[in-house]
Design a protein around this ligand. Structure first.
Ligand code: SAH
Length: 218
């Protein structure tokens, strides 16, 4: 990482955020350690710098947002990541969530439909030393069939229905976590693939994400 990018002040604020997430019910210490390790402020427009360690979402351009830390922590906990797992992320956005999963030991493959966001995230991942996180510019509805199967799939945008092509790219026993619902209101869903065409579904809390949209934008 570039020297001076992450100061003691930032580290202190980040520890405060971790304590807040613990208070809000995040109990997986591996998730909390990962949040503590990733300098969230470096993913944000300098205008928001003073707010980087508040539990809030922020604009990252192209009408998209870096998710609220609680949301990132919740999804990371639900995903039950083990070191060495192959994880597909749909919605790279800033690249922040991908880094949290990488800190948990995941081998992350992340797709973004906006070229500009994908390029900016790639640069940031390289600056921070996350060369192991692989980024792809493309339509997440298609997934990455050539790299399937994945142990875990996380969608960080709201899907109106279960994306079937992605479910196909999940290995049997694998887990897919995503917000399901309309533009204003979604429920977090965890699907555990129990067979080639079967899955178990768990329903979590309410969230509000930007929509998952088809196609890519150059
Ligand atoms: N994980 C991100 C959150 C980004 S918000 C972070 O940590 O910053 C959701 C992102 O999903 C947006 O960048 C949006 O452009 C992207 N997205 C929406 N539909 C998509 C699709 N079909 N394929 C790939 N990315 C998509």
């Amino acid at each position: 990482m570039v020297p001076g990018l992450d100061t003691y002040k930032h580290k202190g604020m980040r520890q405060g955020l971790v304590d807040l997430l613990r208070d809000k019910g995040i109990s997986d210490e591996r998730v909390l350690a990962a949040i503590n390790a990733v300098p969230r402020h470096t993913f944000m427009d300098p205008a928001f710098l003073g707010h980087a360690y508040e539990d809030k979402a922020f604009q990252i351009g192209e009408g998209q947002t870096i998710s609220q830390p609680y949301t990132v922590a919740y999804m990371s906990e639900w995903l039950e990541v083990e070191p060495g797992m192959r994880i597909l992320e749909v919605g790279t956005g800033s690249g922040y969530q991908a880094c949290v999963l990488a800190e948990m030991g995941g081998n992350v493959y992340s797709i973004e439909r906006f070229k500009k966001l994908s390029d900016t995230a790639r640069k940031q991942l390289d600056i921070l030393g996350y060369q192991g996180v692989k980024t792809f510019f493309g339509d997440g509805y298609e997934g990455l069939p050539e790299l399937a199967p994945f142990d875990r799939i996380i969608i960080t945008a709201a899907a109106k229905e279960i994306p079937q092509a992605l479910l196909k790219q999940l290995r049997p026993g694998g887990i897919m976590v995503f917000p399901l619902g309309n533009d204003d209101d979604q429920l977090m869903i965890k699907l555990t693939k129990t067979g080639e065409y079967d899955y178990r579904k768990e329903v979590g809390d309410n969230f509000r994400f930007v929509p998952m949209l088809p196609g890519k934008v150059i």
